[in-house]
Write a new protein. Structure first.
Length: 256
């Protein structure tokens, strides 16, 4: 069993089956992708994995632990972090503050000890700040630490969102359309960035992406959904030549 496994997962909303018997097995240390036309059920699948939805049927496992029905915060504590298609930063806060907030997930001091500035609370705050700055330095964002996040270029905002996810000490990173809105140069830089964080932080990465050039370039394995049903899986070469995939994308993504 891999790091992340979905076992016959079904998600039904009334009479609509958004995900139908989804089976995935994401292996440790790999970059794997979930693709499909709009409305295929990709984001629903991510919402099930991260605890936003409880599946109608089936189970989700993370490191062999059944996480089906767990709350999103508990799943995050276990080591799964997520970004979103629409960047969700604290736009009026600095780059450093965005990372500090994510680091609070593992803070042990309570409100009273922090307010009273107890010695252990001050030490923890200092350590958390150093850890946040170290993370920004590794990701090439330290020089921007005092900038307001909304003032950053789009590509840097995307990197900051990923950095904030990493600040939770995640071992599995879910990226929801990380290249959305990026130009070709930014997409190329993002590909390098994803490789870097995978290797630097010993991550497993599972992503949703419509940018086929990015998917085909960096994915070790690709799963293809269509109308909630898994229609193909395998290497980029295998998937892009699959007749079912070509048919599903006809008129949607010529590159596929």
């Amino acid at each position: 069993m891999g790091v992340l496994k979905a076992d016959n997962v079904v998600m039904q909303f009334g009479g609509v089956v958004a995900v139908n018997n989804l089976n995935i097995d994401v292996e440790k240390g790999r970059i794997e992708a979930l693709i499909g036309p709009n409305g295929a059920g990709k984001t629903t699948a991510f919402n099930i994995i991260t605890g936003v939805y409880i599946p109608t049927k089936g189970s989700v496992y993370f490191n062999d632990v059944n996480i089906t029905g767990m709350s999103p915060d508990r799943i995050t504590h276990m080591g799964i972090a997520r970004t979103f298609q629409n960047i969700r930063l604290f736009k009026n806060l600095t780059v450093l503050d965005n990372i500090l907030i994510a680091n609070h997930l593992h803070v042990k001091s309570n409100f009273i000890s922090s307010t009273l500035r107890m010695p252990w609370a001050r030490t923890e705050e200092k350590d958390m700040r150093e850890k946040s700055e170290m993370l920004l330095d590794k990701l090439g964002l330290l020089h921007l630490k005092n900038e307001i996040s909304s003032s950053l270029p789009y590509g840097e905002q995307r990197k900051l969102e990923i950095a904030r996810a990493l600040a939770t000490d995640a071992t599995l990173l879910l990226l929801d359309e990380p290249a959305a809105g990026m130009n070709p140069y930014e997409t190329e830089q993002l590909a390098k960035f994803i490789y870097t964080i995978r290797d630097e932080f010993n991550l497993t990465i599972f992503m949703i992406e419509h940018h086929m050039d990015l998917v085909m370039k960096i994915s070790d394995k690709i799963y293809v959904l269509d109308f909630g049903q898994l229609i193909a899986e395998g290497t980029a070469e295998k998937v892009k030549n699959d007749p079912k995939v070509i048919e599903a994308y006809l008129g949607v993504e010529e590159d596929a």
